[in-house]
Design a protein around this ligand. Structure first.
Ligand code: PLP
Length: 424
């Protein structure tokens, strides 16, 4: 596309954006009564206005019906989580019985590792990305220790080459090759939270399987951001949270995927709870756990209906916009942001922005700032930009195709220029 860093160009793009009506379905935070430039949908997505109604529906049913709401509510709470299958399966590219909504991301990673990290003295290592999100690091370390291994020995981290910012595919694959016979589990973020790099999940899965490892992905930054084909790729398991690109609210219910070849295996070890049994027999309260077939066999507790109410409406809006439409706008919108940043870097000799996100990317750009630094970021915040600062000098921004506009990108660029001028 022939981008221009002008108000006219941004307006024109917004006018012909087939997704433009969706912005009005979200509440955009304001500063001094002006809409902010909200570029942190990769961290906490915005509130879909219909979420208020959706929660009220459940509150009203609770008020009216009390415990009877489990079966008598408009959306009966007993089977509430079952509504998510056809929605989640589309977003992650899976079969309905391979996905389910439950719990929180880190807790789910642990539950899944109970089943899928089963080290033996010869094959006990976990291959993961270096500088993974802290919660993932802690989860992996504690799993390894739980099985009696030392983290320094059992955890193999993949790091970019000296002077580079992201992993090369060939380096990932050769590390799998090198450690293969000792690797029990490969657990990597589908999109790296820091750099925004999209990992070659299909190739990693294939390479891991060829050497006998189990392959799972943390999809926190991938879910609702990039195209996923978990079933087709043969991925063993995955977990995600719903409050980033899926706008389901702070700490809202998370979700998992388990490939059907495992979901049908009743003998896999797992930590069980009553919601993991088939729904028909659950209230018989019988002794002896028998898992439901599919990902539901990992359920533990009755459905957190209030957070699920928003998750459901948010998924419906996402799918109404259409995954392909979202991908298409993502390319041009994030491309526009990259264009604007490069133009500013070329115009100003003192401040340079280096985009460290590779071309394998979704919505997020991670920007290394040379000059400017935190004072520039703070001034931008004061002028209405909501972005994310990571020490020592990286700004993460994600224009989200569902509710961000080309005008947001233009305003972002103008605010940077103004801020640079004021700091000079
Ligand atoms: C956001 C994020 C988390 C957060 O975990 P919670 O259990 O939802 O608090 C974990 N891992 C990654 C990679 C993330 O991006």
């Amino acid at each position: 596309m022939d981008y221009k860093n002008t108000k006219e160009f941004a307006t024109e793009q917004d006018n012909k954006d087939p997704l433009k009506k969706f912005r009005n379905q979200f509440e955009i935070p304001r500063l001094n009564d002006v809409e902010t430039v909200y570029f942190t949908g990769n961290s906490l997505g915005l509130l879909p206005t219909k979420g208020r109604e959706a929660i009220n529906q459940e509150l009203n049913d609770w008020g009216k019906l009390g415990v009877e709401g489990h079966f008598e509510a408009k959306n009966p709470w007993y089977s509430y989580h079952e509504q998510f299958k056809p929605l989640l399966s589309k977003v992650v590219g899976a079969k309905n019985h391979e996905v389910t909504a439950l719990g929180g991301l880190t807790g789910n990673l642990h539950l899944l590792m109970v089943s899928f990290y089963r080290p033996t003295p010869k094959r006990y290592k976990i291959l993961c990305e270096g500088k993974a999100f802290p919660s993932d690091q802690y989860a992996l370390e504690s799993q390894v220790k739980f099985h009696g291994y030392r983290a320094e020995d059992a955890i193999v981290e993949l790091n970019p080459r000296e002077g580079e910012h992201h992993l090369r595919k060939e380096d990932i694959l050769s590390a799998i090759e090198e450690h293969g016979p000792e690797i029990s589990l490969i657990m990597i973020g589908g999109v790296n939270y820091y750099t925004g790099q999209v990992m070659p999940m299909k190739e990693i899965t294939k390479a891991g399987h060829e050497l006998g490892a189990i392959v799972g992905f943390d999809l926190a930054h991938a879910f609702g951001n990039i195209e996923l084909k978990l079933h087709e790729w043969g991925v063993d398991f995955a977990a995600w949270c719903s409050y980033k690109y899926l706008n389901s609210g702070p700490g809202s219910v998370a979700g998992i995927y388990v490939h059907e070849r495992h979901g049908e295996n009743e003998n896999l070890p797992r930590f069980a709870g009553w919601w993991g049994t088939p729904s028909e027999g659950r209230f018989k309260m019988e002794k002896g756990f028998k898992p439901a077939i599919g990902s539901d066999g990992w359920q533990l507790s009755n459905a957190p209906v209030l957070s699920m109410a928003i998750h459901k409406i948010a998924l419906e809006i996402h799918l109404e916009a259409g995954l392909e439409n979202l991908r298409e706008k993502q390319k041009t919108l994030t491309g526009y942001l990259a264009f604007v940043l490069n133009e500013i870097s070329n115009d100003d000799s003192k401040i340079k922005f280096e985009i460290i996100t590779p071309k394998e990317r979704g919505s997020q750009l991670s920007i290394l700032t040379h000059g400017g630094g935190k004072p520039l970021f703070d001034l931008m915040t004061k002028k209405g930009v909501i972005a994310d600062w990571r020490e020592p000098n990286v700004i993460r921004v994600a224009p989200v195709p569902l509710y961000n506009s080309y005008m947001d990108v233009f305003r972002f660029g103008s605010i940077i220029k103004e801020s640079i001028k004021e700091l000079a």
